[in-house]
Design a protein around this ligand. Structure first.
Ligand code: FUC
Length: 819
């Protein structure tokens, strides 16, 4: 009897334990050891830290968003202008390689190839005598944005909590011990930076000061200052030259403040010492409980807007590293919702209004010379970082990117004028904190003019979700400038007579037929981007009642752009000529920009292009670099194939090293290109959203790509164009059973759904007819494709859907029930 009772208790407590762990937590039974990609990221958009959770030698690796090598600089190559005509001539004559050689000489920069996002250093905590421990546990709670580590030494439980406070702008570590007086440790900094000084002050602050690297001929001029101050409960604090020592405390709270002299891309005259001290002095007097509560509230203001439930299975009871290993062979839908929300967590933690946009590694980097400089690659990666922003109800966090685009639209005017002799502005395929616009790396990669142009579509997208014309007026100059560049830069193709971008490329890919050169005229992606830039500028000008003559010009020019082509392999052509290889598995599939994130290819409006896109994607294959798989989740969602989208999620949620020649995911759920690149995390979060809701094709489309493995579930809080918020969407057996939509702007809500819906009061809905009158759901008429005589393309059979029109009023909430 007693035994049964005891056993029952044990069961209950195990159950309760695993329930607790099934919350939104990344948890582990092991330390990070020396591997950075095992450590857990925290951040507040300005400060980032990686918490290792090691026991006797803990490391907190530190970043600050403006710690970049170099200083204000430009890298345009004015030699471009004199050779532009020659480069174009060579391309039109089919001498692509010669054109590339010349572009390497005159277009690619002879100055900086971009600066590097650099680490500040690490804070080390040394706990003598803690080498042998038991009951180890660490976690990152993404519902609270707090990392925790706990273990037992000599019967005493030690716990550490780490957070990067949003309101207090400091990183706070809270160390406790279950027995009074047992907390003893020392603290010191290290840093890979070359110019650095570690010190302690008479008031026992531990400091690090330094200057970032000189790089590519640009002097490093970002001065940074980090201060750690310890608040003790009991015990003693002493210092020597470069470390602090705590002895016999009950608990300790460490405050870490970091700041730089960076004001903006052209000014580094700020006072880093004062900034770091000001944040610290404001935060230090506060009790830890107050800081924790303020931090959680500020974080949850964003995080709690979206809830996703795809179900939970026993697979969720294991630590994350094991779940990752098992994912492809078990049903663990909870790992998908955790990974989804982790993407939102990472955006909240690395991109805050007033800060720098999330770079290739978000805000987390421990290397002085990081891969691709951890800067902004704007031929896909930076854009991908921001795909979840509007969709997953984090529109404010889009702002750092939108500000960067506005700044590039200023710095890029000189680039456009001096390099290409045009009005407006442009940026090539990379930028950095100094807002460089020049062409870098080599012509094969850098000879691409559409980086700035693509980024302007984020300015327009922000409006499609918020409908704010005052905002739209502030970004119109940047949109207009991107269009103006192409008004002047487009050139008539001598053979086809279309207006084309030349020189251009289809990012980082080259057809064999062009002798290994990527340079070309009128690539599909270039055409699509110019089409979008013209269309969104036309619509913005019309909405603002501006520039009627310019609108006419843009319409004229737009009608002369090359249409999309369907080639001999039934594929969407990547280049103007039908030279695609069906066995080309290149990670970039740039011409599918037209399918996602753009909206030029549609199952309903352009069925042949839609079918060709599917063939292209099948030919390209699934497994690739992390970000490429993230993009593919979005494409398969747009292709309304939930099972294939899920297959890509499986490919992505695979431990690194398992996919031959491909990326995957690290133990801390960071995306692996490899190396770590955060874009794949964001791309997949966007893709999962697109599987459940799309608002791109004249309607709010619910469950467009639900995989068989998620027959039941719910999501709440997603945003759709025109200010609709899908407060609640519940489905059962793949059918919508409940839908609650808030209309924040009013207007027609056109719903496309897999099954019949009624209003919750039983009233039936009007079946949609004709064009959606909602101005946010206008779609441009994509020009008819040119189809190869060898192609046998046929429209795909689509799943049946029902389409309703619901007139809505601003501020009202509408509830629907499935039939
Ligand atoms: C582009 C991609 C690479 C990598 C780099 C940062 O050059 O082709 O795969 O993502 O950006």
């Amino acid at each position: 009897m007693q035994q049964t009772f005891f056993f029952g208790l044990l069961l209950v407590s195990t159950w309760a334990f695993s329930q607790e762990k099934q919350g939104l937590k990344l948890w582990y039974n092991q330390t990070s050891g020396t591997k950075w990609e095992n450590a857990l990221p925290i951040g507040n958009g300005r400060l980032g830290a990686m918490v290792y959770g090691n026991v006797d030698k803990e490391t907190i690796q530190l970043n600050e968003h403006t710690v970049w090598s170099g200083s204000p600089n430009r890298n345009d190559n004015p030699a471009a202008l004199d050779s532009l005509a020659e480069i174009r001539k060579l391309i039109f004559e089919g001498k692509h390689k010669e054109a590339e050689r010349l572009a390497n000489r005159v277009i690619i920069t002879k100055k900086s190839h971009g600066q590097m996002f650099q680490p500040v250093g690490s804070l080390h905590l040394n706990f003598a005598g803690h080498e042998n421990y038991s009951n180890y546990y660490r976690e990152l709670d993404i519902e609270k944005a707090v990392a925790k580590t706990s273990y037992v030494v000599d019967g005493v439980t030690y716990t550490r909590e780490a957070l990067a406070s949003f309101p207090d702008r400091v990183i706070v570590l809270r160390l406790t011990a279950s027995k009074a007086g047992s907390l003893s440790f020392s603290a010191n900094y290290s840093s890979p930076q070359r110019k650095k000084v570690f010190a302690t002050t008479p008031t026992k602050d531990l400091t690090i000061s330094g200057t970032t690297s000189d790089h590519d001929g640009v002097k490093g001029m970002v001065e940074f200052k980090g201060i750690t101050r310890i608040k003790l409960d009991g015990g003693s604090l002493s210092s020597n030259d470069t470390s602090l020592t705590v002895k016999g405390a009950n608990s300790a709270t460490l405050f870490i403040s970091i700041a730089t002299n960076f004001n903006n891309y052209k000014d580094v005259s700020g006072d880093e010492e004062k900034r770091a001290a000001d944040h610290l002095n404001k935060a230090y007097p506060k009790a830890y409980a107050t800081i924790l509560a303020g931090h959680i509230a500020a974080y949850q203001k964003y995080f709690k807007r979206v809830k996703l439930d795809l179900g939970t299975t026993p697979a969720a009871n294991l630590p994350i590293d094991e779940r990752l290993k098992n994912f492809s062979s078990t049903n663990d839908p909870h790992l998908v919702s955790l990974y989804y929300q982790f993407g939102r967590y990472l955006l909240i933690s690395s991109s805050q209004p007033g800060g720098q946009p999330a770079n290739l590694q978000g805000i987390w980097n421990n290397r002085l010379n990081p891969p691709w400089d951890s800067k902004y690659t704007i031929n896909i990666n930076t854009e991908m970082n921001y795909w979840p922003a509007e969709r997953t109800n984090l529109a404010e966090l889009h702002r750092p990117l939108l500000e960067m685009v506005k700044e590039l639209s200023i710095t890029g005017q000189e680039t456009a004028r001096t390099m290409y002799g045009t009005r407006g502005w442009m940026a090539h395929h990379n930028t950095d904190i100094w807002r460089m616009n020049g062409a870098i790396d080599g012509a094969f990669w850098g000879m691409w003019t559409a980086g700035g142009a693509w980024l302007t579509q984020h300015l327009w997208e922000h409006y499609l979700y918020n409908g704010d014309k005052t905002y739209l007026a502030t970004v119109y100059p940047a949109l207009k400038g991107a269009a103006l560049f192409y008004v002047d830069f487009l050139i008539e193709h001598p053979q086809y007579k279309w207006l084309v971008v030349s020189p251009g490329n289809s990012p980082e890919n080259a057809p064999k037929a062009h002798g290994g050169s990527s340079l070309d005229a009128g690539t599909t992606m270039d055409n699509q981007i110019v089409y979008d830039v013209f269309s969104s500028t036309i619509r913005t000008a019309q909405l603002l009642g501006k520039d009627a003559a310019f609108v006419d010009t843009l319409k004229q020019l737009r009608s002369r752009l090359a249409p999309m082509h369907i080639g001999q392999h039934n594929q969407l052509q990547e280049w103007l000529d039908d030279v695609d290889a069906p066995d080309d598995h290149h990670r970039h599939v740039s011409h599918l920009y037209g399918l996602f994130p753009s909206n030029q290819i549609s199952p309903y409006r352009t069925p042949e292009l839609f079918a060709a896109s599917r063939n292209t994607l099948l030919q390209r294959g699934d497994v690739s670099t992390g970000w490429s798989m993230g993009w593919k989740v979005n494409w398969w969602a747009k292709l309304q194939d939930g099972n294939h989208a899920y297959k890509l999620i499986q490919n992505q949620l695979t431990p690194l090293g398992v996919n031959p020649d491909g990326g995957g995911t690290y133990n801390n759920l960071f995306d692996a290109h490899p190396p770590f690149q955060i874009d794949g995390n964001f791309g997949c979060t966007s893709g999962i959203t697109e599987m459940l809701l799309q608002s791109s094709d004249a309607a709010v489309h619910l469950l467009p790509a639900l995989p068989d493995v998620w027959p039941n579930g719910s999501i709440g809080g997603l945003r759709a164009w025109g200010g609709f918020e899908v407060v609640d969407l519940q489905w059962k057996d793949a059918k919508v059973v409940k839908l609650v939509v808030k209309s924040t702007l009013g207007g027609n809500l056109r719903l496309r759904v897999p099954n019949a819906l009624k209003l919750s009061n039983g009233a039936s809905l009007k079946v949609a007819t004709g064009k959606n009158p909602n101005p946010f759901y206008q779609t441009e008429e994509t020009p008819a494709p040119i189809v190869s005589a060898k192609a046998t393309i046929k429209p795909l059979e689509l799943k049946a859907t029902l389409v309703y029109d619901v007139p809505t009023q601003k501020g009202l909430v509408y509830t629907f029930a499935g039939q």
